[in-house]
Design a protein around this ligand. Structure first.
Ligand code: 5GP
Ligand code: MG
Length: 171
């Protein structure tokens, strides 16, 4: 399948550098933990944290949503075994993309319940037109139209995550 480039490697690099500077200013002298949502945000995590030149910790969570067979509601299952120490810390949740908003909204509540001092959100991409949960990301890389994107961590059928840019899969 062909991939139509949407956001280039250099656009992503420049934008993450800007976000890194903003995060540095906002979290100076605060106990920052960046909690990245597996697996899609791994590449953004690696590149973003190297643009944040203040002390901070890195943690990981996994969130999988399952749509019920007989209902339209989705259940989010959260595994935070690799985010052990968020109590009293200022948490910045990082996800690859905000689509309906359900994943991030649920994770914010979960991290708050774990005793974080504050919880903010960062996304590489924000898709317009599909949001159902009212959540405003505090840091956003790029706003994109309602298309299915891959690359730079985002997958189709668990492939394409390794592409250094964000693209649209041509069916
Ligand atoms: P939400 O809970 O906001 O609807 O969903 C967010 C999750 O859906 C993301 O973490 C991502 O895994 C997946 N997702 C949403 N839109 C896309 C897309 O365009 N491409 C890919 N690869 N995943 C997407
Ligand atoms: Mg995801």
């Amino acid at each position: 399948m062909a991939v139509e480039p949407l956001i280039s490697e250099s656009q992503i690099r420049d934008r993450l550098a800007e976000l890194g500077r903003q995060i540095e200013e906002d979290y100076r002298s605060r106990p920052l933990t960046i909690v990245a949502v597996l697996t899609g945000s791994l590449i953004a995590l690696a590149d973003l944290v190297r643009q944040i030149h203040i002390p901070h910790r890195i943690a990981l969570v996994q969130a999988s949503s399952y749509r019920g067979a007989t209902t339209t509601s989705t259940t989010l299952v959260i595994n935070d075994a690799f985010a052990p120490d968020v109590s009293g810390r200022d948490v910045l949740l990082l996800d690859d993309i905000l689509d309906t908003g359900q994943t991030l909204a649920n994770l914010v509540r979960h991290i708050q319940d774990r005793g974080a001092a504050s919880v903010k959100t960062a996304v590489l991409l924000r898709k317009i037109g599909r949001q159902v949960v009212p959540i405003e990301p505090d840091y956003c890389g790029f706003v994109i139209p309602d298309v299915f994107v891959i690359g730079y961590g985002l997958d189709f059928d668990d492939d394409y995550r390794h592409l250094p840019y964000v693209g649209v899969l041509q069916q």
